[in-house]
Design a protein around this ligand. Structure first.
Ligand SMILES: [Cu+2]
Length: 237
């Protein structure tokens, strides 16, 4: 019992240190909160279980090791019903809890408000392109988004499977040829963030990067107007 308590204590201290150090990239979307919560929820469980198992293992290795002069057989122990029930029930509860938390996080992050901005994302080897149907179909090589408004990214691919990821937004979604996948992002901070392909898609995969630029709503509208202006004037842009 004391070993278990020591294991859990070490685990709790380690978990606290892990949670307090800012390892993850900045959070720049509303969806990031839930994703980070699921991440830490799972990680803390892993740390506690690892510390517990390591404590019991180390204790057993030292306490029950064979003495140099001991040639006898060990005692004929076969199983321990109580212990087996515990180590079946506890993981079952933990896995169920992780599934429940993940389900809530997914449901929250997949609910898209009516007044969202639609961005059609097309991936191909090895370029991203972003189209804004509500703004006259303007296209951009960078993902411009207004702060505070949910954007629904509708993804497709022209060749192989790609996957869009902006670490600061946390959200990640595959772009699959022949179908349209969706993912929501609600930026909370203006700035420029790296946007990358996170599905190995060929020789140029590592170069399949661009930026996501989050602007204040007014600045975004102005950017969209500027993009439309050249084509309205008839220039090739
Ligand atoms: Cu790719």
């Amino acid at each position: 019992m004391r070993v278990v308590a020591i294991g859990l204590l070490v685990g709790a201290i380690t978990a606290a240190i892990a949670v307090l150090i800012p390892w993850l990239p900045d959070q720049a979307s509303e969806e990031a909160d839930w994703i980070d919560f699921v991440f830490w929820f799972t990680t803390v469980i892993c740390i506690l279980i690892f510390a517990l198992v390591a404590a019991v293992t180390l204790y057993s290795v030292f306490k029950f090791r064979v003495r140099p002069d001991d040639d006898s057989d060990g005692p004929p122990i076969h199983g321990h019903t109580g212990l087996e029930i515990v180590w079946t029930a506890v993981p079952a509860i933990l896995v169920t809890a992780i599934a429940a938390v993940s389900t809530v996080a997914l449901a929250q992050n997949e609910s898209i408000p009516k007044d969202h901005l639609t961005v059609e994302v097309t991936a191909r080897q090895f370029v991203w392109s972003f189209k804004y149907p509500e703004y006259g179909g303007i296209e951009s090589g960078m993902l411009y988004l207004p702060k505070g408004r949910t954007a629904e990214l509708r993804l497709t691919s022209l060749d192989v499977i790609h996957s869009i990821w902006v670490p600061e937004f946390r959200q990640k979604q595959d772009a699959v040829p022949g179908t349209v996948t969706k993912v929501a992002v609600t930026p909370t901070k203006t700035g420029r963030y790296p946007l990358l392909c996170t599905e190995l898609c060929g020789l140029g995969h590592a170069l399949m990067r661009t930026k996501s630029v989050v602007l204040e709503e007014a600045a975004f509208e102005q950017w969209a107007r500027e993009q439309r202006a050249p084509s309205a004037a008839g220039s090739a842009g």
